[in-house]
Design a protein around this ligand. Structure first.
Ligand code: HEC
Length: 133
């Protein structure tokens, strides 16, 4: 499970790499994504209560660890289509009374917080140049 997530992340990152050759600007982009995560995303997640479950013990992802979150963000192909948004906006649950996230639906819609900020983070990490803020 863990390994296949990593493998899929690598595949996706590989595809992103193939679409745009790595340049000095991309290296800056990686740092910008990490900065944005800690300065803008994590505070939104904290407001929402994620750390109550996702910053203690064995539960993954640990929202205090950028790479733990990035690995899930990388599973998918757009701001609204990735493993984090699926969980916290409760998209693709198998039945309405069975949320696909044990922590429940955390965003009323993908356009409300903290999903909105997570989608912006996706664009910073993986978006095409024109999608970047
Ligand atoms: C009440 C506790 C609780 C809260 C609050 C909570 N979660 Fe969760 N979350 C869980 C549990 C339990 C799982 C299942 C973990 C597993 O399967 O290993 C989970 C799973 C996840 C997963 C999928 C993990 C994976 O490896 O596939 C993500 C992503 C996630 N949560 C993000 C969040 C975010 C972001 C927030 C806040 C917006 C949040 N959760 C709030 C309990 C919670």
């Amino acid at each position: 499970m863990q390994w296949s997530s990593v493998a899929r992340s690598c595949l996706l990152l590989g595809l992103v790499g193939a679409a745009a050759p790595v340049t000095a600007q991309d290296a800056t982009g990686v740092a910008a994504g990490k900065k944005y995560y800690y300065e803008s995303v994590l505070p939104r997640l904290a407001e929402n209560g994620c750390p109550q479950c996702h910053a203690a013990g064995y539960l993954r992802p640990n929202v205090g660890v950028y790479n733990d979150m990035l690995r899930r963000l990388a599973i998918g192909d757009s701001p609204a289509n990735n493993a984090i948004i699926y969980k916290i906006a409760n998209i693709r649950s198998i039945a309405p009374d069975r949320p696909n996230h044990p922590g429940g639906q955390r965003c009323a819609t993908v356009e409300s917080e903290p999903c909105k900020t997570v989608m912006k983070w996706w664009s910073i990490e993986f978006g095409a140049a024109e999608q970047k803020p």
